[in-house]
Design a protein around this ligand. Structure first.
Ligand code: HEC
Length: 187
């Protein structure tokens, strides 16, 4: 018969407690943090999203859209006629939220969470043409941005893409863009 010395048994218990205690403390802190977050969470759309939330959402959006965009269907030329067609479609389908100029959200767009984006800003212009096409066609889940796949043809979505791209070429903007960034956006 092998009897375990009482001292050794106590050491074992102490050792187990030492191993579990930090994990229990971490779990307790996480549960308390989650409870505090849930109890203080404000589901209202009125306050603007904070800086950290916007930064995380922007990074996540670029990652997901970069993966999803894949191959876009054949594109018409990015010329004045297609940009003008895109501008007129924009006035009908997008200006309600993004504003007539695409840069100053209309009141309804400013009341959304997240706000309807200034499409000429670098956060939008950093998407490639293929990614912008994907966004307009599919929309962005959990935001007010609708998907236009069942409303507009691919040709029209390319025209909208070119109009959105032209918003980043406002005087003084495109001129300073490094060639690498400019090339990436055309892809
Ligand atoms: C009902 C309101 C609404 C309409 C209509 C709408 N949008 Fe949006 N759009 C939004 C909102 C809100 C966002 C912000 C989503 C986000 O922050 O992820 C957005 C985001 C976008 C983005 C991505 C910007 C970025 O930087 O993430 C593009 C591009 C865009 N819209 C283009 C369009 C075009 C083109 C149309 C018309 C064909 C259109 N939108 C119509 C509300 C709208």
């Amino acid at each position: 018969m092998s009897a375990i010395a009482p001292g050794a048994e106590q050491d074992g218990q102490r050792e187990r407690r030492r191993r579990w205690l930090p994990a229990a403390v971490v779990a307790g802190v996480l549960i308390a943090a989650a409870a505090t977050f849930l109890l203080s969470f404000n589901i209202s759309a009125l306050p603007a999203p904070g800086g950290l939330e916007t930064a995380l959402a922007t990074a996540g959006k670029h990652w997901f859209i970069g993966r999803a965009a894949g191959d876009a269907p054949p594109a018409p030329p990015d010329d004045a006629a297609n940009r003008a067609a895109g501008q007129s479609l924009f006035g009908m389908a997008c200006a309600n939220c993004h504003g007539q100029d695409g840069r100053t959200a209309a009141p309804i767009g400013q009341a959304m969470y997240p706000r309807a984006t200034d499409l000429g800003a670098s956060a939008t212009q950093d998407f490639s043409n293929r990614e912008l096409f994907w966004i307009i066609k599919n929309g962005i889940r959990l935001t007010g941005m609708p998907g236009f796949a069942h409303i507009n043809s691919d040709q029209e979505i390319w025209q909208l893409t070119y109009f959105v791209r032209s918003l980043g070429r406002a005087p003084g903007k495109a001129a300073g863009m490094p060639p690498k960034a400019a090339a990436r956006r055309q892809r």
